[in-house]
Design a binder for this molecule. Structure first.
Ligand SMILES: Nc1nc2c(c(=O)[nH]1)N[C@H]1C(S)=C(S)[C@@H](COP(=O)(O)OP(=O)(O)OC[C@H]3O[C@@H](n4cnc5c(=O)[nH]c(N)nc54)[C@H](O)[C@@H]3O)O[C@H]1N2
Ligand SMILES: Nc1nc2c(c(=O)[nH]1)N[C@H]1C(S)=C(S)[C@@H](COP(=O)(O)OP(=O)(O)OC[C@H]3O[C@@H](n4cnc5c(=O)[nH]c(N)nc54)[C@H](O)[C@@H]3O)O[C@H]1N2
Ligand SMILES: [Mo]
Length: 743
């Protein structure tokens, strides 16, 4: 970590030697040499554990000895730290003192080592026995007027087994209030894809990348957030694929990639990645894809056979294309007609083997769902779905966020799942839809929800509108977090609060395996090998089972302890409830695991009319009022969501600071602010203003009138009511702000 705040020109490539050096320094510095190397050697190897960082898949066949990336190494270093914090630490630091420290400081303190309780009115956490912790939970949960007054949040690291048992508990307890990090992440993708192609997941595998002719990377920064994806892209480029980046910001990882596991890469010779870099306007993607579709239609570059056999709604969509003017397309996308025509030409050429990848740059906008359906429209026109080298690829965030959904962590699971769960459990489960993340914040704020239980994550820090959300959480009777590391959600608490420390994925769970599902629907086993950080830790599964036993008791066919004793039993239950998990225990022990079925990949469409559906949504893009900016919140290279490893953002040329706002150099000049000078930022929403004072303005290559700042520091500016239509995902990539020199 650099101590002196500084900025210089951004890099033009990602990875290479600095990445390797940086990862090793992280691991050896924090975890100690032996724990660190052992952890890395087991990372993403068959028989080892699944990297807890991102959800990019591992190669199906042979794996290199180092199937990890710099940021995977940081995640492990953070989890596998030798240092622990228990009763002495919490006796020495009051809640207020801890609140005054930064996220980076919290992460450096070490692993949570024993269960802790914050009594009503107390200033310090104190140790509590596991049994008493569960008794408190039972007391608070049973004391609620309705089970719907409890909220059960999940972050995307929970294993399939923990997630399945947890949703079973919530539903047996009597509520579908199962908000998760996905509500803030790929919810818009799931919804859009379900409507368009009948499956809320992507349709490609790693092999498709090697057969693709064109790969679009839209609204994502893989160099930082999915570094192993760069290896896949590099391999694809070497086989002749063209990579097109669509991003308002110039990201080093998309310009060039020096492979850290290859000699040439280590020497700093980068593979030029993106053949084209389209600096679209923030939220201009829908207009871009509409423009592409217009060109394809006008030139007749469509797959008529596919559309006739599989599509529905094309005529209406075609009329919409004819009615859309180029002026609108150009103004909203910020791109010229020529650029859009060349992209369309590229997509239509040859075998139309096109893959489109995307992440938060698309999902966290007001019109996110419509934008993603627009991408599906283009793929349907080209017939570029369900055949080799072509398809849709939402790139997931957390390592098991996709699996958690498959397991039923969702406030609106379909009837088929609930009916089958009910049958297996022998207990009635509720049907009324539950609260999602934004819904939970509002419910806590106005007193409809009184207990917040979280399986992982950092609710207070990951959610929008920090001031509003903190007030909401403080109104709870009880907040309880199952966690590995200290975070702000332990410190912004309800009347009483509990911290329940659990094993991390790298740690030995009495030799037992758990399973996860990656971004491409591969289910595989994960077995931790490191000695647990403390002898007082329980696995997430044991914690949920004891919660079930204490709060709900053994009911129907459920024997909580019996299920948690042998995870194969939980997997047998999953097999009975969730389609696609036949011979689960057997297949997950085969090298590489197994693929879940994906109907859209087989051109079977689980939509109401059994067809892949063109959607005709009105074209729109958000725009800031004159003189104002559209601000997006994004990740630095030194963080995993709310876990801040350090204060650098190497590829963007930033060291030693996070209190910054990237701006176009011309805008800086117009504001009369020098590079690095201090500014105040105010966001504007129909319910009023929100403020961020004294951040530094950094010149950067992004479109004039737009700005970027780091998540979670800038979350204070995101209004809780500013969400994507349909998916209710906070629209944290387009916040209308005004900026002034610091006053
Ligand atoms: N090391 C590391 N890895 C991670 C994470 C992490 O924090 N650290 N987080 C994980 C999680 S949970 C997730 S969801 C993923 C997130 O992965 P990303 O989606 O890559 O994460 P962000 O930093 O939010 O980056 C958003 C990108 O979208 C661009 N963008 C913003 N607005 C627009 C727009 O309107 N149009 C277009 N085309 N682009 C836009 C931004 O410039 C930026 O490059 O990464 C996962 N992996
Ligand atoms: N403004 C803005 N807000 C955003 C985003 C954005 O781009 N901009 N991105 C959104 C996205 S995509 C996401 S996914 C969410 C993330 O929201 P969350 O998933 O809630 O947040 P994380 O920071 O990933 O959670 C980190 C915490 O998880 C705990 N943890 C780590 N490993 C484990 C484990 O194995 N088990 C358990 N039980 N706990 C563990 C640690 O205590 C750590 O402090 O944030 C969202 N918020
Ligand atoms: Mo995410």
């Amino acid at each position: 970590m650099s101590d002196n705040p500084d900025f210089h020109a951004p890099e033009s490539q990602a990875a290479g030697m600095p990445a390797v050096v940086s990862s090793l320094r992280q691991v050896y510095g924090k975890a100690g040499v032996i724990r660190g190397t052992r952890a890395l050697l087991r990372l993403n190897q068959a028989g080892g554990f699944d990297c807890p960082s991102c959800a990019w898949p591992d190669p199906d066949g042979e794996r290199s000895a180092a199937e990890f990336c710099e940021n995977g190494a940081k995640a492990i270093a953070s989890e596998a730290m030798d240092r622990t914090i228990g009763r002495e630490f919490f006796a020495a630091h009051s809640i207020d003192e801890l609140l005054a420290e930064s996220d980076a400081w919290h992460d450096l303190q070490g692993r949570l080592a024993e269960p802790m309780l914050l009594r009503e009115g107390a200033t310090h956490y104190e140790p509590v026995a596991w049994g008493e912790a569960f008794a408190i939970l039972a007391d608070e949960l049973r004391g609620l007027a309705s089970p719907d007054e409890a909220v059960f949040y999940t972050s995307g690291r929970a294993s399939n087994e923990a997630a399945f048992l947890y949703q079973l508990f919530a539903r047996v307890f009597g509520t579908n209030n199962l908000p998760d990090c996905s509500n803030m992440c790929h919810e818009s993708s799931g919804l859009a894809l379900k409507e368009s192609i009948g499956v809320g997941k992507g349709t490609v595998t790693l092999d498709d990348f090697l057969e693709a002719e064109v790969i679009l990377c839209v609204g994502q920064n893989p160099g930082t957030n999915h570094p192993r994806m760069l290896s896949t892209l590099e391999a694809a480029v070497k086989k002749g694929a063209k990579v097109v980046a669509v991003n308002p910001l110039k990201e080093a990882g998309l310009i060039g990639f020096a492979h850290p596991q290859h000699v040439a890469g280590l020497m700093g010779r980068a593979t030029p990645l993106a053949s084209t870099y389209l600096q679209v306007r923030v939220n201009g993607d829908m207009a871009l894809f509409r423009g592409v579709a217009k060109v394809l239609a006008e030139r007749g570059c469509i797959d008529e056979g596919f559309i006739a056999e599989h599509g529905s709604g094309y005529e209406e969509y075609r009329r919409l294309l004819d009615d859309t003017g180029w002026d609108d397309v150009e103004a909203m996308s910020g791109l010229g007609r020529g650029e859009i025509e060349s992209l369309a030409g590229l997509l239509a050429g040859g075998g139309r083997r096109v893959i489109t990848c995307w992440a938060m740059g698309l999902t966290q906008h007001r019109n996110a769902v419509a934008t993603i359906r627009e991408i599906a429209n283009v793929h349907l026109m080209l017939g570029a779905i369900g055949r080799p080298g072509a398809g849709l690829c939402p790139v997931r965030g957390h390592s098991n966020v996709q699996g958690d959904r498959t397991m039923g962590i969702f406030e609106k699971m379909p009837e088929s799942f609930l009916a089958s769960l009910e049958k297996q459990a022998g207990v009635a489960v509720p049907r009324e839809h539950g609260l999602d993340t934004v819904g939970s914040i509002l419910a806590m704020h106005d007193g409809r929800a009184k207990v917040l239980f979280a399986l992982g994550g950092n609710f207070v820090q990951a959610t929008p509108d920090s001031g509003f959300t903190e007030a909401a959480v403080r109104r709870c009777r009880l907040t309880c977090h199952v966690s590995t590391k200290l975070n702000r959600s332990h410190l912004v608490h309800g009347r009483r609060a509990l911290i329940l420390p659990c094993l991390g994925r790298s740690e030995d769970d009495a030799g037992r395996i758990v399973t996860t599902e990656n971004s491409m629907g591969v289910v595989q086993a994960s077995r931790g090998r490191l000695t647990p950080a403390s002898e007082h830790l329980l696995s997430e599964i044991e914690i949920v089972a004891r919660l079930g036993e204490t709060v709900a008791g053994d009911v129907g066919k459920i024997r909580w302890r019996w299920l948690a004793e042998d995870y194969d039993r939980i997997r047998q239950w999953i097999e009975a409830v969730v389609p696609g998990f036949g011979r689960y225990n057997e297949r997950v022990r085969e090298a590489g695991g197994f693929y879940l079925p994906n109907a859209a990949k087989d051109r079977v469409w689980h939509t109401p009319d059994g067809k892949a559906r063109f959607s005709a949504s009105p074209l729109e893009a958000v725009a800031a009022a004159p003189g104002r900016f559209l601000l997006q919140t994004l990740r630095s290279h030194d963080q995993f969501n709310t876990t801040v490893y350090g204060l650098d953002d190497r590829y963007r040329g930033i060291s030693g600071m996070r209190d910054i706002v990237f701006l176009h150099p011309g805008d800086l000049a117009a504001l009369g602010v020098k590079p690095g000078g201090r500014i105040d930022v105010t966001s504007h929403w129909r319910d009023g203003e929100r403020h961020l004072a004294g951040f530094r303005a950094i010149p950067y290559d992004l479109p004039a009138g737009t700005a970027a700042a780091y998540f979670p520091e800038a979350n204070v500016l995101v209004p809780v009511g500013h969400v994507a239509l349909g998916s209710n995902t906070p629209a944290s990539k387009s916040i209308e702000v005004s900026i002034a020199p610091a006053g």
